[in-house]
Structures are given as C-alpha cells and as structure tokens.
Design a protein. Sequence first.
Length: 348
Amino acid sequence: MPLPPAAALLAWYDRHRRTLPFRRSDGGRPDPYRVWLSEVMLQQTTVAAVGPRFERFLARFPTIEALAAAPEAAVMEEWAGLGYYARARNLHACARAVAAMGSFPRTAEALRTLPGIGAYTAAAVAAIAFDEPVVPADGNVERVVARLLAEETPLPAAKPRLSAAVQGFMADDAARARPGDFAQALFDLGATICTPKTPACALCPWRGECLAQQRGIQADLPRKSPKRARPLRHGAHFLLTDTAGHLLLRRRPPRGLLGGMLELPGTPWRDAPWTEAEALPHAPIPGLAWRRLPGIARHGFTHFELEMQLYAATIPHLDPPEGTEARDRNDAVSALPTVMRRLLALAG
DNA sequence: CAGTCGTGGCG
DNA sequence: TCGCCAAGACT
C-alpha cells in the first residue's frame, strides 16, 4: 500500500492553497496561540462558521494571558452560538495551564496532556506551529487516505489504521521538510477536491495513484457505521420580562449539555409533551399570569431533537431569584446558545 | 468501545 | 424537508 509522493501535493498546495482568516498569508512563523485557538474552533465546525468568530474572539482575548485572566463566564459568552461548549471551558482551562507553564509545550506528546487537546489537535498544533513531523488525522485526512488505500473498513473502526497509515507520509523528505504545510495541504485537498460526495478527481494532484479512483469507488469511501435515530424530546420554558425590558435567565450546571451556558428557565426535557398544568409548577416565579405563546420552537442536537413551548409573563420590576440573573434583551440574545435564541424568537 | 456533546449549510 | 457533514474530545 504505497503512499503517493508528498511533493505532488505540496506543489498543488503552493498554487491552490486557500486564504483563510486563521491562516498566515505572509509565510511567517504562525503564532501558537492563534493556531491552537483556530484548531479548537474548527473542531466539528465549518470554516465558514469559524471565520468571523475567530477575529472577534481575538479582539476580546488578544493573548493567551488575557484569556487566562478572564472569568469563565466571559469566555462562555464569547463562545455562545458556536456549539460544543465544553470546548470553551477546556479552552479556558488550557489557557490557564499554559500561562502557568509560561508557554505552549512544543511537542504533540506534551500538548496532548492539556485540556481540550486530543490526538488530532495536538498533532495539528505541533505540525503547524512547531514544525514537528507529524500528520494530524481529521475527517478530511481520513477520507483522503481511505480513498488512496481503498480502505473498506467503516469508520470509526478504521480510524486507528488510517491514522497510522498517514504517518507514513513523514518518511517522505518533501513532507518532513514542511510538516505544517503538508497537514494544511491535506485539509485543502479534502475540502476542495477530495470532497465527501462527488470528488473532483480530474483536478487531484494524486489522480492515477488513488486505489479507490482506479476502482471507481471513491464516492463510496470512507464507509461509515450506521447511526442511530434521534429521539424527539419536549420542554416548556418561561420568558419573564419587566417593564424596563429586562428578562430573566438561569445558568445551567457547569458540565453536560450546554454546560455553563445561560438559558430561559424551564422544565426538564423529556419524551412526552408538557401540559400547561404540568409545566407551570416549573415557572421561575409561581402565581403570575403566564400565557402560552403560539408556535413551537424546534432545535436539533447531536443525539436528540427538541420541541419547546414558551410561556410569557410581565412584571413591573425584575428581582432575580437565587441562581438567576436579569439581562437586557440584546445582551441576553448575544449570550444565549442558539437553542435559546430560537425559543426567544417565538416572542418576536 | 459507544455514547455525549451544537450548529449551520447543503444536496 | 431531511439526512449528512464539518481542522474532535471526553468518559
């Protein structure tokens, strides 16, 4: 199972590399803080979604020391809308660890021990920021290599084998001379040529050396294990507003789903819909004239789907009960995760 | 290992 | 409309 020459990919990359907000265009030494931040933001998140958020995050936390010094709640708020909020908690914890150490570890092995840095991110930061000869194996790289080798074993079972195989590129002098560029070349190849559905094999620098392409099965690889169906769950939430335009929010428990994020107070999420009589006891302030707003807010999570009802009430002055806080509506929207913004949209 | 953990875009 | 997918990590 020979690997194709790295030089062909690097030559393609030198002509076709994407210009991205988190990628230096002047060829200078990448800043480890920026590389790390971009890699964490890009975990399971599209380049298009990360672009504007990357610059905004850096404007608020320009250095890793600034990030380490910030309250966790400020980091969570800056992350609002990006999803996978454990990333923000781990990012903050990692910043504090690195600040305490004085600087980033320079090897993948050492980076791997930091919070929120797994095998992929450790290799990516080591290769891009520190020129360590390792190949980060993300979804792009797994797809490219699965096709090159015509690997028929479905993911995720094939992941260890693909990750091991791709390290073989570092026996190639051309790849070892430019580990960061080689990694990013694989990303760009996967994102623009060796795409999931209909790969543009005619434009591939490795066309003719790809076993899947030779066999005509490239669009069927990598194979994936079947996924389970997502159940439907139901919730009811409460929008309490005062005459000054403040609304009442509650912070969720520090770990788990939407951990550490703000939400509109509400019922737990369960399989059965909530009747009004069942929901009202969960109101943040009992006895108010709660009225159910028309419509249902829907939101899809990774492993379940959610339908939510919204009850609203207004009082003259909001005096937040223990465990809650009052916020101006605009501040609330920017601090809330998308699922809660969708709920708030029911109120116009 | 398999389940948990968000969101937006696209075919 | 809906399933799939994206520079994965953690338990």
